[in-house]
Design a protein around this ligand. Structure first.
Ligand code: FE2
Length: 357
């Protein structure tokens, strides 16, 4: 299986992973042959690309961090919670549901040894905030497991990360869905969401302080340049430091109503460049070992002019993955490990290749 940007998809290609619509419904099943009508719909829905199956990538397996069913259930739960009227007091049961889902996500992540997140998420621009909440929760938990947080804290971290943007329920849709740049007044309204979310959770649910402090502080920055309180360094809670990085990574890599997502490698570079200024340096260090800048299935350009597909990433060094070089006749050769092959130690990945021909 390999990832193909939407502009390079062709009729007749075979779908590698099931595609879901904005409400979690199945749009197109794995193994479907792509037709022109499907292609047009994918563009309309805002997909950046999809996974396809072909001969040269047939032995490449793209593992999901959590299974699709659990992901869709969690998306539905956070959507129900965010769409519930703010005066409805019956929502406590929704949080029970969320707590059970977080336990299942922790179980899935914890049982995968040496997990590297290969995140080329196939999310659509509509319903962005719900997909985003789940992604931030999963990414935060991957970091939490790597930081060896205890089970109780992992669970609280997952809930806090899932609820981090719940205050956005108070932002009018015309601002959330605006496709042009926000003005000063609109930015001020958006910036209230961390405080609004904190109040909403604190007043409505009986949860640990760590949960609502993670929500309250997730836009604070290590150097004090964040909001709402401009606190800095160790004054920012551990949960907020973790959620901040997961939030920025997923935001940057997503297509949103008013901007196009960047590649995982570009988002990682941004986070690493801001380690010690915007982000806590220790959390950034761990992040760099758990997230693949070039996810499995991505086609990349090498410094020697070759094109290759990523087969597997290693936490020791995500920039030296197992790759499969594509020959000029479109056939692949045996995969080689960039870290081990002596004659290729000077070969580096220099960027993403859109086309393999
Ligand atoms: Fe936020």
């Amino acid at each position: 299986m390999r990832y193909v940007p939407i502009n390079y998809l062709e009729e007749g290609m075979i779908l590698g992973k099931t595609l879901y619509g904005e409400n979690g419904e199945i749009l197109l099943r794995e193994d479907s042959i792509i037709q022109l009508t499907y292609l047009k719909k994918m563009i309309l829905l805002g997909y950046s690309g999809i996974y396809i199956k072909d001969e040269l990538s047939e032995d490449i397996v793209v593992d999901d961090v959590i299974n699709e069913e659990l992901k869709m259930k969690t998306i539905k739960s956070i959507k129900d919670l965010m769409n519930t009227g703010s005066k409805n007091r019956k929502i406590a049961s929704s949080l029970d549901n969320i707590e059970n889902l977080i336990s299942s996500i922790i179980e899935e992540i914890s049982c995968k040894d040496d997990l590297i997140v290969n995140m080329l998420d196939l999310k659509v621009a509509n319903n962005y905030v719900f997909y985003h909440s789940v992604n931030v929760s999963v990414l935060s938990l991957v970091l939490g497991v790597a930081m060896k947080l205890n089970k109780d804290d992992l669970y609280l971290l997952g809930v806090s990360a899932l609820l981090h943007d719940i205050g956005k329920k108070f932002i009018p849709n015309e601002i959330l869905e605006k496709t042009t740049a926000l003005d000063k007044r609109e930015i001020d309204i958006v910036k209230k969401h961390s405080e609004d979310g904190y109040r909403y959770i604190k007043e409505r649910f009986i949860v640990h302080t760590k949960v609502y402090m993670g929500v309250f502080q997730h836009h604070e920055r290590h150097n004090g340049d964040g909001y709402p309180l401009n606190i800095k360094g160790e004054n920012i809670s551990l949960f907020a430091r973790i959620i901040a990085i997961s939030d920025v990574y997923d935001t940057l890599t997503s297509n949103r109503p008013n901007s196009k997502g960047v590649l995982p490698s570009e988002a990682m570079e941004y986070i690493m460049a801001n380690g010690g200024s915007m982000f806590h340096p220790e959390v950034v260090k761990i992040f760099a070992t758990k997230i693949a800048p070039y996810p499995v299935g991505t086609c990349v350009k090498l410094s020697n002019g070759s094109i290759a597909v990523i087969v597997e990433n290693y936490s020791v060094c995500c920039l030296r993955p197992l790759i499969k070089v594509i020959e000029t006749n479109g056939k692949s050769v045996t995969p080689y490990n960039m870290e081990l092959k002596d004659s290729n130690l000077n070969v580096t990945i220099i960027g993403i290749a859109d086309e393999i021909k």
